[in-house]
Design a protein around this ligand. Structure first.
Ligand code: ATP
Ligand code: MG
Length: 331
């Protein structure tokens, strides 16, 4: 059975982008794979996190995942900092990856912007830690949104160089698993920017804990253009906001964008936004309700994560021990 690894940062409440681009596929992959799902708090602190907020966000994140259908009994759910194998292997990978490789990473450029010099060194080496997360489990399938493709390629480059440098086929090749629809959900305020849970504008995203009223308001306010919807997908060229809303509808209703336009082409955004709100509320509301039920018992959530960390460590520790032996560390 193939092993799946995937992570999400506890930097805020999971968004619809996280759900459609990642979480929903995690739930599906649970059948037929051995899955390791990780709340990547080591990644989260690459940008400043208030300590109390980080704890709260980690619980919230765990609750949303469980409410979405992640099964912590058949699979492994834990927070990254509780398993030291991640940081140990990341250090080795910091010494394997080349600066030139990291310089090409577009996520660092997007997150650091023009003010590069004032960002943490952690944000820069983030992709090395991500490679370590996956390789510590020798996972071979990694479900991610489109924004993480480049990091997966880098993880393969690091693993290949490690294998080459130490003369063994130790780490396997990994495969990104990117969903066909909604691989990149865009901001509701700007159709050229990806939806992010850490975006300063709450209006830019649907959070998986939003209630029906909040969803309706955010969709009503979502940026659009004055033209009605086209009847063919070609007509979405150069209309990023329209493309995004049609893509969202398609992903939520399990349709292709063309099938959405077959139904709604020629409509103005008023009625289309109403239809989109309906499918969104149907999907998000049950998850939001279950999340708030789970959050009422933080002790239970923490127990689930602690149990997951023990199981994760049982898989990862021997793999990282062996990597350290290959490097030449004396034990
Ligand atoms: P942050 O702003 O803190 O980076 P984020 O919303 O980008 O948060 P991550 O924790 O970095 O979320 O990513 C978790 C998973 O969600 C990854 O697999 C990523 O590819 C996916 N993902 C993130 N944003 C989107 C999006 N807008 N559309 C589709 N998938 C997404
Ligand atoms: Mg991100």
């Amino acid at each position: 059975m193939q092993r799946v690894f995937s992570g999400i940062q506890p930097t805020g409440i999971p968004t619809l982008g996280n759900y459609l681009g990642a979480i929903r596929n995690w739930v599906t992959l649970q059948d037929g794979h051995e899955c390791v799902f990780c709340l990547v708090d080591l990644h989260a602190i690459t940008v400043w996190q208030d300590p109390e907020a980080l704890r709260t966000q980690t619980r919230q994140q765990a609750a949303v995942l469980l409410a979405s259908g992640i099964d912590p009994v058949r699979h492994v759910l834990f927070n990254q900092s509780a398993v030291s194998a991640h940081a140990r292997l990341a250090w080795i990978f910091n010494c394997v990856a080349r600066l030139g490789w990291l310089n090409r990473m577009t996520q660092f450029k997007d997150k650091a912007g023009k003010d590069r010099e004032n960002h943490s060194a952690g944000l820069y080496v983030y992709p090395n830690l991500m490679a370590a997360d996956i390789m510590a489990y020798k996972a071979t399938r990694v479900p991610v949104g489109d924004d993480q493709r480049q990091h997966i390629e880098l993880a393969n480059d690091i693993a290949k160089k490690f294998n080459h440098d130490y003369g063994v086929e130790f780490f396997p090749e990994i495969e990104a698993f990117v969903p066909p629809e909604a691989a990149r959900v865009m901001s509701l305020r700007d159709g050229t920017k990806k939806m992010s849970k850490s975006d300063p504008s709450e209006q830019s995203r649907i959070e998986m804990t939003d209630e029906a009223d909040a969803i309706a308001l955010k969709i009503r306010r979502a940026k659009t253009d004055p033209e009605p919807l086209p009847s063919e997908t070609d007509g979405l060229e150069g209309r990023p906001e329209a493309r995004n809303l049609v893509g969202l509808y398609a992903a939520l209703a399990d349709l292709t964008p063309q099938q959405v336009l077959d139904r709604h082409g020629g409509e103005g955004f008023g009625p289309f936004k109403q239809a989109l709100t309906d499918v969104l509320v149907d999907r998000v509301e049950p998850i939001a309700k279950e999340t708030s039920r789970l959050l009422a018992d933080p002790g239970h959530l923490e127990n689930v994560l602690r149990g997951g960390a023990q199981r994760a460590s049982t898989i990862a520790s021997p793999i990282v021990d062996e990597a350290e032996r290959l490097v030449g560390f004396l034990r």
